[in-house]
Structure formats: C-alpha cells, structure tokens
Ligand binder design. Structure first.
Ligand SMILES: Cc1cc2nc3c(=O)[nH]c(=O)nc-3n(C[C@H](O)[C@H](O)[C@H](O)COP(=O)(O)OP(=O)(O)OC[C@H]3O[C@@H](n4cnc5c(N)ncnc54)[C@H](O)[C@@H]3O)c2cc1C
Length: 358
C-alpha cells in the first residue's frame, strides 16, 4: 500500500490531523487497538479551558475553541457548552494565579457560593473564575474528524499495530499487522507510545513522559445542577463538575508511568470522595465507574509538533499532555501546514513546539 502520509495513532491527535490533511493528500491512519481513541482520547474530562496551561497552550486553546464552534455550526449540533471554571484555595494561591493569568478574574466569597451553592462556605478562603471555559462532546468531535477524513479519501484501519519501520530513499516503509505501508511522510501520533515508536524507526527520542491520571463518575445524595460550574483546587489537588445529573471527579494525580493501558490505583478515588464530602454538601454516596489515562508531555511540558531534524519525513505529533482535547483543532491546522508546505517559514508558535527546539 502506498500513500503520501502515514499517521500512526488513532487518538484525537491522529484523527484531527487526518481530517485536515485528507482533502490535500493521500492519507492512511493506522491504530493498534481494535477501536479508535481507545487510550487517552476517550478518557478525558472533555474540557476546553482558555486559562489552563502555559501561554502557547492558551493560544492553541483559544484557536481550537473557535474551530470547534465552526464544527458545531457545520454539524448543526451544539458540541460545545459553557462550563465556567472556579478555582478555590488560599488567598495567596488564588491571588498569585489571578495575577499570572489574564483569563482568571477574582470571585468574592458570596459570589462563589451563588455560582456553586454546594460548596461549604468554610472550605475555601478565596476563589477566582474562568467564565470562558467550555465542555466539549469529545465522541462527537472524534466522529467529525473520523468521518471527515474518510469522506475526503483517507483510509483508517484499526487493529493494526505498527511493528516495524524503516527509512527508504523516498520516505518510509512500515509494517502494520500484515500490511506493508510505503509513505513519503510518517506522522508519529502514538500518544504514550510516541518514543517507543521512534525507537522502532531508529529515530532519536524526545524524552516524552507519560503520567497517570484518574477520573470517576459518582452518585450524590443531593441533586447535582447539570449546568453548574466545574470547581478545581487552585493547588491542582482535585476537580469536580456536573456530568448530567451525576458528578465527574478527579484527584488530579500525575504519577509517572510506563506506556500501558493505565488503570486506577486503589485508594485514589476513595480518598478524594472523603475530601470532596468535606468540601461540598453534595454527599457523595457511591462510585459508578472510574477510569485512568496517560497524559504524555514533552520534557518542557509543551507538545512536540514538527519534522524530526535528523530523520527526514518523520513528523512528531505528540506530547499533548493534559491539553490534547482543547488544542487538537489548532495543532492539527499547524501540523497540516508544516506537512503540506514545508518550505514556508515557521511562525513563532511552530518554532516553540518544534521537534528540534532547544
Ligand atoms: C483523566 C484525564 C482527563 C483529561 N482531561 C482533559 C481535558 O479536559 N481537556 C484536554 O484538553 N485534555 C484532557 N486530557 C488529556 C487528553 O485526553 C490527551 O492529551 C489526548 O487524548 C492525547 O491524545 P493522543 O491522540 O495524543 O493520544 P491517544 O489518545 O493515547 O492516542 C494514541 C494512539 O496511538 C496508538 N498507538 C500507539 N502505538 C501504536 C503503534 N505502534 N501502531 C499503531 N497505533 C499505535 C494507541 O493505541 C493510541 O490509540 C485528559 C487526560 C486524562 C487521562
């Protein structure tokens, strides 16, 4: 099988790029698992928060929200909904966050309780608000990317792990299941497996770091307001938000992991439930389900997007960390531009994310 671009990895990174590239190039996407988005991309909290992350991420998030608004309009289906984000914590921590982040504004104690009446008044000293934060229907977004790519001619194949990869005079040849795929460009969108895939291809690694994070759906004794805000500890020790009439919670752990099908560690969710029952009056009564995924970051916390400096035709699309949902649309646009027009001078954002950045 011959193609212009082979994308390895059928998570949100690979699918969003396939959708962008397919109208302009022959694209094959292969996913190791039997279903697309089996790993981290189906395990997120589904938030797009303009206040979250370093400056480059915030810029990508703002661009992605605009792009997803456009997708919503195209689908005629609202896949974005406002989900304001309240941070609570000590006076000092909240003041420091507000000073450092233009998307956050201070929120008085009484105002906070008006927006989130389930918070216990003595559970926080100070609060601030990102009222531009959104929740996105990730399954609908993934399906938009998948169907858009296929409609434009991309071949998307599941259950095909790439197990060999060699450079040829004009590009790469990859062994995936029983297939041999010849491509001018290989895109490494393998999530937590991006460094192992590079090793397979004889390409230098980026020292990407997978970290485990868990989330859970719990039932509460008091009714949850489905339109209520997300509430997060400013010291990044938990968050919770309505999920329909239930509650989605996370202990926000960030524990180094190998690349694997991550599983929750016994006790993480139980301890969080005890803590949230002290912070809110919701009365968390039982666990419905929990899941764990790997957030894989570049060594400086930013994604790695661009051609490898030493291995022509090998393109990195990895290290999206905890921001892959909120940045996928803008990163796909950036990556497609770099692949389709490699002679164009790089802009400041592509230099910041480049695979060979200092
Ligand atoms: C609990 C939790 C909450 C989160 N919440 C948010 C949030 O609210 N907002 C946000 O923006 N982000 C969030 N994230 C992060 C976000 O989910 C990730 O950044 C994003 O899903 C990464 O997508 P990906 O496509 O790079 O990786 P993945 O979804 O892991 O996809 C990589 C794919 O590559 C495949 N693959 C690997 N090796 C091979 C091979 N050799 N051959 C073929 N295929 C291969 C894998 O099987 C996998 O399906 C959260 C993450 C977690 C764990």
């Amino acid at each position: 099988m011959n193609t212009d671009v082979l994308i390895v990895g059928g998570g949100i990174a690979g699918l969003s790029l396939a959708c962008r590239l397919a109208p302009h190039a022959a694209v094959v996407l292969v996913e190791a698992e039997g279903t697309l988005a089996y790993h981290t991309s189906s395990r997120s909290a589904r938030q797009m928060q303009p206040s979250y992350g370093p400056a480059a991420i915030r810029e990508l998030t703002a661009r992605s929200i605009e792009a997803v608004r456009g997708i919503s309009a195209e689908l005629g289906q609202p896949i974005l909904q406002p989900r304001p984000l309240i941070f609570i914590g000590t006076e000092a921590d909240v003041t420091a966050s507000t000073a450092a982040n233009a998307h956050l504004c201070p929120l008085g104690h009484a105002e906070t309780l008006l927006l989130s009446p389930d918070l216990r008044p003595d559970a926080f000293a100070a609060a601030c608000l990102d009222d531009s934060a959104m929740e996105v229907d990730v399954p609908a977004l993934l399906e938009y990317y998948r169907s858009g790519a296929v409609a434009a001619g991309a071949a998307i194949m599941t259950g095909l792990p790439v197990h060999t990869m060699q450079r040829t005079s004009g590009g790469w040849i990859a062994g995936a299941g029983e297939e041999a795929i010849v491509a001018a460009v290989v895109v490494n969108a393998a999530g937590a497996w991006a460094d192992p895939l590079a090793v397979l291809a004889g390409v230098g690694i980026q020292c990407l770091r997978p970290h485990r994070r868990t989330a859970a759906i719990v039932r509460t004794e008091q009714p949850v307001n489905p339109a209520g805000p997300m509430v997060a500890a400013v010291d990044n020790s938990f968050y919770y938000r309505p999920d329909g009439s239930a509650l989605l919670i996370s202990p926000c752990e960030s524990i180094p992991s190998i690349a694997e099908d991550a599983r929750a560690v016994e006790g993480d969710v139980r301890r969080l439930i005890v803590r949230l029952n002290a912070v809110t009056s919701l009365g968390i009564a039982g666990l419905e389900r929990s899941w764990t995924g790997l957030r894989t970051s570049g060594s400086d916390g930013l994604p790695v997007v661009g051609f490898d400096a030493e291995s022509p035709g090998f393109f990195w699309l990895a290290g999206q960390g905890g921001y892959g949902v909120q940045t996928s649309a803008a990163i796909a646009e950036l990556a497609a531009g770099l692949i389709l027009s490699p002679a164009e001078p790089p802009n400041s954002l592509s230099l910041e994310l480049a695979a060979d950045r200092p």
